[in-house]
Design a binder for this molecule. Structure first.
Ligand code: SAM
Length: 375
């Protein structure tokens, strides 16, 4: 093992040439994902938290050390992971003599950490409506855990979900996307935003059958994964409201996107169903940013990334200026100039975290094309 530090935690991770060869998984790049998650938990102040797929325990240990959460569960199906979780929990929190038992450790008086060796689905099924904040951070797709997770979260709790099967959600494997997400993915320049929206749309559909609606607190794409923080809302009407934000999207040869919030697509070929509602709750991200200034973050890009997310215009698609220029035989101008020209025209326009050459705007397509031509 080697010891690494991340946030306020120090943890042992297996020594390995490549991260996927290690007997227990630890990816330092995901420190940004964990930073943002820690800030989310700080803002939300849940009492009970589950890190359902915990590996080394780093995520749950950071929740225990860096947030007000009172009871944090760390679970993994792998015996090797579980043994390492126990080691890491003791390394960070296990004051001699204070442990209640091997698996349940109390520290700083009022806090409790539970290490658990089980199939996440079995644990979540047993802990019915127990967790205020439930984190799913799997290898690949989270779909196999969604049903039990939604039942294990309290009625107004929060699901934090990662998906690393970007190839599937971005349309590289069409049939896998149909199988897992019952959705038609889009390829090309919009694929990351559309993939994120297919993921959210899937959770919304799963939640609706339990009479649960969903508010998107924050959702983003980064480093080949998708991440969403979703607040559940109890009631059939809330579920209906969330479902009404599902719809379909299509693109014309010149690059124009259109969408419809309809139960069935009006035009073919179209992509979806996907979530066409907001990707953030402004107040939530604002609070995360204020906390980020004073928190010991592990990744040097976390703060600037949250700023980008906060400033981004929240509309259902973006324009990739390079793709748009190519489709219309134009030279592409500087992104900053295009955004400025749209703003001078009286529209909102911002950069987007989905791509360094893309923009989000509420200007009609013709205006965007007009600006591209004029520069
Ligand atoms: N959350 C960790 C972090 O931030 O470093 C990484 C988790 S890793 C991507 C996924 C973990 O899920 C692996 O450790 C694997 O053993 C575990 N796992 C896979 N299937 C599981 C299941 N059905 N129940 C519980 N754990 C499972």
């Amino acid at each position: 093992f080697i010891e690494v530090r991340e946030g306020l935690a120090k943890i042992l991770v297996p020594k390995a040439e490549r991260i996927y060869d290690a007997p227990v998984f630890y990816n330092p790049v995901m420190a940004l994902n964990r930073d943002i998650s820690v800030l989310a938990v700080e803002v939300l102040k849940p009492r009970t938290v589950l890190d359902a797929l915990s590996a080394t325990g780093i995520r749950g240990i950071r929740y225990a050390l860096e947030t007000p959460a009172k009871e944090v569960w760390l679970n993994d199906i792998s015996k090797e992971a579980f043994n390492l979780i126990l080691k890491n929990v003791r390394l960070n929190l296990g004051v001699e003599g204070e442990g209640i038992s091997e698996k349940r450790i109390a520290f700083r008086g009022e806090k409790e950490v539970v290490a658990n060796l089980d199939d996440a689905n079995r644990l979540m099924a047993e802990k019915f409506r127990y967790f205020d904040f439930l984190d799913l951070d799997p290898f690949g797709s989270p779909v196999e855990f969604l049903d039990t997770a939604l039942r294990s979260i309290r009625r107004r709790g929060v699901l934090a979900v990662t998906a690393t099967d970007t190839g599937v959600l971005c349309g590289a494997y069409l049939h896998a996307c149909r199988r897992k997400y019952l959705a038609e993915p889009i390829r090309g320049e919009l694929c990351h935003e559309a993939g994120l929206r297919i993921l959210i749309g899937t959770v919304v559909r799963y939640a609706a059958k339990y009479d649960l609606g969903v508010d998107v607190l924050l959702a983003y794409y980064r480093d080949h994964y998708f991440r969403a923080f979703l607040r559940l809302k109890s009631g059939a009407r809330k579920a209906d409201e969330s479902l009404s934000n599902l719809g379909y999207l299509w693109q014309e040869p010149n690059g124009r996107f259109e969408y419809t919030k309809a139960f069935l697509p009006e035009k073919l070929p179209s992509y979806g169903p996907l979530w066409l509602g907001p990707l953030k709750t402004q107040k939530f991200v604002d609070e995360m940013l204020s906390l980020a200034g004073t928190h010991s973050l592990a990744h040097k890009k976390t703060l600037s990334f949250i700023k980008t997310l906060l400033e981004e215009l929240d509309v259902p698609f973006h324009y990739d200026t390079h793709a748009l220029a190519r489709k219309n035989n134009l030279q592409v101008g500087k992104l900053a100039d295009i955004i400025e020209a749209l703003r001078e025209g009286g529209y909102h326009a911002t950069r987007t975290h989905f791509s360094p050459v893309a923009l989000k705007t509420d200007a009609p397509f013709e205006e965007v094309l007009g600006v591209l031509k004029s520069l």
